[in-house]
Design a protein around this ligand. Structure first.
Ligand code: ATP
Ligand code: MG
Length: 228
């Protein structure tokens, strides 16, 4: 089975909860799934992992890998790795990320890697999330939302993947916006304009527990296309 990079059209589109939903569903299908958040940023949590994303993902996948593999670099500033490294005067550890990913890949049959922000979030000068995906040798799933503006973001993300020759498995629509595009419209227009399949559509979920994620993903996501 091949590992997958979960990217999004922007920050806050639902990458973490989509990755968690995929992790819990794969686990229940009997897959030994690993997770990774190469770079995380923000105010560190007082308990558990510094990154809340890592906390959510590792619980969903029920992994026991050490934090330095799951999240090789944490910046105490909510910003892109590039910006955080400049502000905090620390070096961005791309090599450590790649080595950690290699180790995690050996520990699990498949690793789900959650991206940071969007496809062109800067990591180093002239090195973006897209370049990291390339260096990790991964294909990607694009998470988009349904609010007006999502089509623009989706096509820009898709175009950049094409330019960088990143294989895209398809799109997951996180339909949690009130008053966005009707799902029917997105399901018609995104495949028609990109040729990409819609791998699933996630509704607004009141309680984002692993159990409700599982129920929704089992029903709404084509898991056979995810692991293909
Ligand atoms: N399907 C959903 N139903 C209800 N709320 C959701 C859903 N998806 C996401 N959310 C809410 O939106 C917020 C952002 O989602 P999430 O943290 O997964 O985004 P992200 O893309 O991982 O952001 P980041 O770029 O910071 O990693 C979450 O705090 C969650 O409460
Ligand atoms: Mg996240």
């Amino acid at each position: 089975m091949k590992s997958i990079f979960v990217t999004g059209t922007d920050t806050d589109v639902g990458k973490t909860y989509v990755t968690a939903g995929l992790a819990v569903t794969l686990r229940k299908m009997g897959v030994d799934v690993g997770i990774m958040k190469p770079f995380a940023a923000g105010v560190p949590q007082k308990k558990g992992f510094k990154s809340e994303d890592v906390e959510i993902l590792s619980r969903a996948a029920q992994v026991s890998d050490p934090e330095n593999l799951l999240n090789p670099q944490f910046f105490k500033l909510e910003a892109s790795p590039y910006t955080a490294s400049k502000e905090l005067k620390v070096k961005v550890k791309v090599r450590k990320v790649l080595a950690s990913f290699k180790k995690l890949s050996k520990n699990h049959s498949l690793v789900l890697v959650e991206g940071m922000g969007g496809i062109m979030t800067p990591i180093l000068k002239n090195y973006f999330v897209a370049d990291l995906i390339k260096d990790m040798g991964l294909s990607t799933i694009i998470v988009t939302r349904s609010r007006v503006g999502a089509l623009n973001h989706t096509f820009m993300t898709y175009e950049m993947c094409t330019k960088k020759k990143i294989p895209v498995k398809g799109i997951i629509i996180n339909n949690f916006d009130v008053g966005g595009y009707p799902l029917k419209t997105l399901k018609r227009d995104i495949p028609a304009l990109t040729g990409l399949p819609i791998l699933g559509t996630i509704p607004f979920i009141e309680n984002l527990s692993d159990n409700s994620l599982y129920k929704n993903f089992k029903k709404n996501v084509k898991m056979n296309l995810i692991i293909k």
